[in-house]
Design a protein around this ligand. Structure first.
Ligand code: MTE
Ligand code: MO
Length: 344
């Protein structure tokens, strides 16, 4: 039950194009915002966006059922969290795993408001191993019919940072982002942040659902936390079709954002010649899981360049310049490459 791998040289298929038009990325110029406006945040929706009427919506908790007013009456917290799809970068792999064909742009950093999950899990039964989250969306993947489901270990689900979110950037969740309530698991790749939540239950066995045991794996290890990454706002202005950049000669500030769900980012470096890496200035994160701004001053002389940026985290993990391949195209974090022409 593996996903199809494209033949060598096979272009993007209509099936991939259809997914790409449903699930848009964040335009890279939106790296400018500390908090991504909701309409610019990337989207990933496996099946259909379920219609949920907030007045009749109910969430099954392990020991009771709550409606939206009851959830909103619970302690309220906001967290600014970088979300990235685990498949980001997939379309750059050779050969290409056939799925949502992301390049670099499956990321966003929004402020999520809701109530902490941990108190709602109390008391945890002695034999509980996992907490299973079920969304209201339903479909088929590789022949397996399913509700969208993911699980966390009890310990991970009890982390104080995990939220049941009902607002994004101060507004009720939009339908495409999981209305009326979704899970937010700071630090983890997107697949764990279950949207359109309708049930939370304990499991006495490790959860073996499709999105846990078949999808979202690398060499049969589960995909978990977000790898370090930095992205640059492509400088200058673009050509419409190729997005190739034109930059005026002279002093140019290259800038963007960096994040990691593992250890904090300690270094961002830029190269303009694929030989020498220069340290960028990195601003401290406003919150642990919010992205951080970086900048680097470049004295741009006329010519053709490929700009690249890479991040390193406190555990010493550095973004690769060549992407190791895996069959589902998961957890990629190859350094971004931005071809530019500098003109006089
Ligand atoms: N119920 C449900 N939750 C889901 C998904 C889904 O298809 N159904 N997609 C997941 C994936 S793979 C990602 S990357 C994030 C994307 O969240 P966003 O669309 O709000 O950016 O939602 C996750 N939660
Ligand atoms: Mo994703």
């Amino acid at each position: 039950m593996t996903a199809r791998i494209a033949d060598l040289g096979e272009g993007i298929t209509v099936d991939e194009l259809r997914l790409a038009t449903r699930n848009h990325g964040m335009p890279l110029e939106a790296l400018r915002y500390d908090v991504t406006p909701a309409g610019l945040h990337y989207l990933l929706i496996h099946y259909d966006i379920p219609f949920a009427d907030p007045s009749t919506w109910r969430l099954e908790l392990p020991d009771r059922v709550v409606d939206l007013d009851e959830l909103r009456a619970l302690p309220r917290v906001s967290r600014t969290v970088t979300l990235e799809c685990a498949g980001n970068g997939r379309a750059r792999l050779t050969p290409r795993p056939i799925s949502q064909p992301w390049l670099d742009e499956a990321v966003g950093c929004a402020t999520w408001t809701g109530t902490p999950l941990a108190p709602l899990l109390d008391p945890v039964p002695d034999d509980a191993v996992d907490v299973v989250f079920t969304g209201a969306d339903h479909g088929l993947d590789r022949g397996v019919e399913q509700d969208y489901q993911r699980a966390l270990s009890v310990a991970e689900a009890q982390r104080g940072e995990v939220l049941l979110a009902y607002e994004m950037n101060g507004q009720p969740l939009l339908p495409q982002h999981g209305a009326p309530v979704r899970l937010i698991v700071p630090g983890w790749y997107g697949m764990t942040h279950v949207k359109w939540l309708r049930r939370i239950e304990f499991s006495t066995e490790p959860f073996r659902g499709f999105q846990q045991a078949v999808a979202y794996r690398i060499d049969d290890q589960p995909v978990t936390r977000i790898q370090p990454r930095a992205l640059m706002i492509p400088p200058g202005f673009p050509d419409f079709m190729s997005r190739h950049r034109i930059v005026e000669a002279g002093h140019t500030t290259l800038t963007g954002r960096t994040w990691s769900g593992r250890a904090p980012i300690i270094r961002v470096e830029v190269t303009t010649d694929d030989l020498t890496w220069h340290d960028a200035k990195v601003a401290p994160p406003p919150e642990r899981y919010a992205w951080q701004r970086w900048e680097y001053g470049w004295d741009a002389r006329p010519g053709d360049y490929v700009l690249s940026v890479r991040a390193t985290d406190a555990d010493g993990h550095q973004q690769p310049v060549d992407q190791p391949w895996n069959s589902q195209g998961m957890s990629n974090n190859m350094a971004q490459r931005v071809p530019v022409t500098v003109r006089n």
